[in-house]
Design a protein around this ligand. Structure first.
Ligand SMILES: NC(=O)c1ccc[n+]([C@@H]2O[C@H](COP(=O)([O-])OP(=O)(O)OC[C@H]3O[C@@H](n4cnc5c(N)ncnc54)[C@H](OP(=O)(O)O)[C@@H]3O)[C@@H](O)[C@H]2O)c1
Length: 266
């Protein structure tokens, strides 16, 4: 891959093979960033890379990475440094959910998603901070509206997103004055590969609903990142719900989410 020498900006996007990450790649490319795309689905990312390189004359590096393994994030960092690439924007976006009652669910996928949704975000942020400080760069962490309250039937997933939101806001405050901005993008349900992967089409959260597209969510999130907004919730109703939980008794909120999320009969 040839990096475009007319631009010195390079964005690393995890989970770039599908959904919001793929759509974020388009936004960064349009803004003249070179890209590093990371996920497991190399053929899909290569197709995207070829398209973006042709349309935007940028450089795109594709790296196959399994980021739910213990050393996946550190290996990705090493692979990028071996190519002498400096990262000036980091989009920690890869993530997934499991759906169902905790008492019945398998432990292994829940531990794997905790590794991906939380540990990988921390490791990549830590390892790329020297690059980001040197370039006065940008961090975008894809959290979720799940971050604002507990989530019955997706208990582990909601807890991971609360972690991402809290972590993002905390380091944003620490990094004040460095020129780095940190944005937690908090989408509500969005049409992507997410619902298939979580096997959650029976959930009342998504069943029969017209969901916003990943393109719309990514474009709005990208603009929020560019203006340095710390927490961005796309969609008015999502924003209202995220705010309303702040002054509603917590057990009411949890009961409401249980009602909204439970598998609905076919
Ligand atoms: N869609 C929603 O309703 C929604 C709402 C709120 C927040 N979010 C968040 O948005 C982010 C993106 O999800 P999406 O909606 O775009 O879903 P998606 O279409 O399923 O995309 C998920 C991405 O994560 C990558 N990924 C999954 N497991 C991985 C692993 N082990 N190693 C590396 N990459 C991995 C996938 O790539 P490979 O499978 O090729 O590895 C894919 O590129 C996630 O953090 C999700 O939690 C989604």
């Amino acid at each position: 891959m040839n990096m475009n020498h007319t631009t010195s900006k390079t964005a690393l996007i995890t989970g770039a093979s599908s959904g919001i990450g793929k759509a974020l790649a388009e936004n960064f490319a349009k803004d003249d960033y070179n890209l590093v795309l990371a996920a497991r689905g190399v053929p899909k990312m290569q197709t995207l890379a070829d398209d973006l390189q042709r349309r935007y004359k940028i450089g795109v590096t594709v790296i196959g990475a399994d980021l739910e393994t213990d050393d996946g994030a550190a290996r990705l960092h090493a692979a990028i440094k071996a190519r002498n690439i400096t990262i000036s924007a980091l989009a920690n976006n890869a993530g997934y959910a499991t759906f169902g009652e905790f008492k019945d669910s398998a432990l292994a996928p829940e531990l794997a998603l905790m590794q991906l949704n939380m540990n990988t975000v921390v490791v990549l942020t830590k390892l790329f901070l020297p690059d980001l400080i040197a370039t006065r760069g940008k961090i975008m962490n894809t959290a979720s509206t799940a971050a604002f309250q507990p989530g019955p039937y997706m208990a582990v997933y909601y807890a991971t997103k609360a972690f991402v939101l809290s972590f993002s806001e905390a380091i944003a405050a620490e990094l004040e004055g460095t020129g780095i901005t940190v944005t937690a993008l908090c989408p509500g349900p969005t049409a992507s590969g997410f619902q298939d992967k979580a096997n959650m089409h029976a959930s009342a959260l998504v069943k029969g609903k017209k969901l916003p597209t990943a393109d719309d969510v990514a474009a709005a999130g990208y603009r929020a990142m560019q203006r340095g907004q710390r927490v961005y919730v796309p969609g008015v109703m999502n924003w209202v719900m995220a705010q309303s939980v702040r002054f509603t008794p917590r057990n009411w909120v949890t009961a409401l989410v249980k009602q909204m999320s439970k598998p609905s009969p076919t």
